[in-house]
Design a protein around this ligand. Structure first.
Ligand code: GRF
Length: 203
């Protein structure tokens, strides 16, 4: 049996992906626990979701720090206090620095609402609509120093329909996010992910 995985989840908003992971932990699918949920945004609904499930919910206001590095240093300290060994970015709308990545090598996971490497960065769904692709989806990946460039863990495809709006497309993608993100976390927790250069091998 591998060492227990303690997950720290960072959110900035609604936290529906956080909820999907909580649900899969509570139903026994993911053999791990979330030891803290941290948000840069006091009003993030994700913090309330954590509290409802008895998970420590922490607001860390980035505005009181002098820069990204000092914020990330404090964030790493907080995550270490909660014994975190997997960091899950679930709609965390801040760029993280090497200070953060060096503290959790190959142990920071993100979900992006497009089929990377297409449409990185913000407004991925709008980018897909504007480009006119017929299919898009979501991608889970390990985080590296770039924006949405890290090794890909899982992807899921959804169609783009002729009358789609950003909202309708986002909703279709989120159904897949809520399946693929907990599954990626489960694979990590079970020690089944190995990174070989850009490739993530699932055993
Ligand atoms: C998701 O669309 C995810 O792909 C992106 O941020 C959004 C977070 O949604 N990274 P939620 O807060 O989990 O509902």
């Amino acid at each position: 049996m591998a060492n227990a995985v303690n997950i720290g989840v960072l959110v900035s908003g609604n936290g529906s992906n956080l909820q999907a992971i909580i649900d899969r932990i509570e139903d026994g699918t993911i053999p791990a626990r979330i030891t803290c949920v941290i948000s840069n945004n006091a009003g993030a609904y994700g913090l309330q979701r954590a509290e409802k499930h008895g998970i420590p919910a922490v607001h860390m206001d980035h505005r009181i720090f002098s820069g990204r590095e000092s914020y990330d240093t404090a964030m790493v300290e907080a995550l270490k206090q909660y014994d975190v060994n997997l960091v899950v970015l679930a709609g965390f709308m801040r760029i993280i620095t090497p200070v953060f990545l060096d503290a959790f090598p190959l142990a920071v996971m993100n979900i992006h609402p497009a089929l990377l490497p297409s449409f990185p960065g913000i407004h991925a769904q709008r980018q897909a609509l504007d480009y006119g692709v017929k299919f898009t989806g979501c991608t889970t990946h390990f985080v590296d120093a770039g924006t949405d460039t890290g090794p890909i863990i899982m992807q899921s495809v959804v169609p783009v329909l002729p009358d789609d709006t950003e909202e309708s497309l986002s909703a279709r993608i989120q159904i897949e996010e809520h399946r693929v993100f907990p599954e990626s976390v489960r694979l990590f927790v079970e020690g089944r992910l190995t990174v070989d250069g850009r490739r993530v091998i699932v055993s």
